[in-house]
Design a protein around this ligand. Structure first.
Ligand SMILES: Nc1ncnc2c1ncn2[C@@H]1O[C@H](COP(=O)(O)OP(=O)(O)OP(=O)(O)O)[C@@H](O)[C@H]1O
Ligand SMILES: [Mg+2]
Length: 239
């Protein structure tokens, strides 16, 4: 079966159930996942990416188990982590961008050439030799997104891809993503970031609260977020 298939998948950690009984078949090209902080969005992405195994049920990506068949999963999936510091491996911008291409078998000089060409195309040629440690948080996030895009995986899993990006950079990235033929799963707490998706899944407390076209799911999500915001939003954190 093509696409991402979860069959009654649950995930528990630290004695707590984080995702409960998720059954989803995600085959659309543009999929958005929304939900509050702590609703389980990142955990769902880690499950799809095979970084954690479901406690019960199963997860398959294009017919493979991403947790046991790591090699096949990594060649299919590109992952943007929410925290760039969990993603960046190399000291300089060009090395970070070249890494994925090296993994795909390109020799280092050609991978570095491709990295520099990508930076030139983005008007950031002068970043090539810059130490990653000198970049701001938003700039690191941009770098991680570029690194994922370099590899052109069949499916991209993006966890808050616009977090920390300034408006012009976010607009440019939005246009880039819109032009990609690949499947995109975009996680965001911001309804606007997934308004153009084919399908939006609203996660709440580790369960699917709504699943459907954005015009159906997002107004309900926004209304519920506004309702919670109008009450004392922090009172339920203790629960
Ligand atoms: N390994 C773990 N052990 C214990 N609890 C965990 C673990 N991983 C996640 N959690 C808990 O699971 C819940 C969901 O976390 P998750 O990171 O998936 O949420 P999220 O929707 O991505 O939130 P945010 O919008 O803040 O990024 C949180 O309550 C979190 O504390
Ligand atoms: Mg998260």
């Amino acid at each position: 079966m093509t696409g991402i298939a979860l069959r009654d998948a649950s995930y528990a950690a630290g004695g707590k159930t984080i995702l409960s009984g998720l059954s989803l078949h995600l085959a659309e090209r543009r999929i958005g996942i929304v939900g509050r902080n702590g609703s389980g969005k990142t955990t769902l992405l880690r499950l799809i990416a095979g970084l954690v195994a479901p406690s019960t049920g199963s997860v398959q990506v294009d017919g493979i188990d991403p947790c046991t068949d790591r090699k096949a999963a990594l060649s299919r999936l590109g992952i943007l982590f929410q925290n760039p510091d969990h993603q960046i491996l190399f000291p300089t911008v060009e090395e970070e961008l070249a890494f994925g291409l090296r993994q795909q078998g390109l020799p280092q000089p050609r991978a570095l050439d491709a990295a520099r060409a990508a930076l030139r195309a983005e008007g950031r040629a002068h970043w090539a030799a810059a130490p990653v440690s000198t970049l701001s948080g938003g700039q690191k996030h941009w770098l991680c997104l570029q690194a994922v895009l370099m590899m052109q995986p069949q499916t991209l899993l993006l966890d808050e891809p616009f977090a920390g990006l300034d408006l012009p950079t976010a607009a440019r990235i939005t246009r880039r993503l819109a032009g990609l033929a690949q499947r995109l799963v975009t996680i965001s707490h911001d309804p606007a970031a997934v308004a153009g998706a084919d399908r939006v899944i609203w996660l709440d407390a580790g369960r699917v609260a709504a699943d459907g076209p954005p015009a159906q799911v997002l107004p309900a999500f926004a209304a519920e977020m506004a309702r919670i915001g109008d009450s004392d939003a922090d009172t339920d954190l203790a629960g």
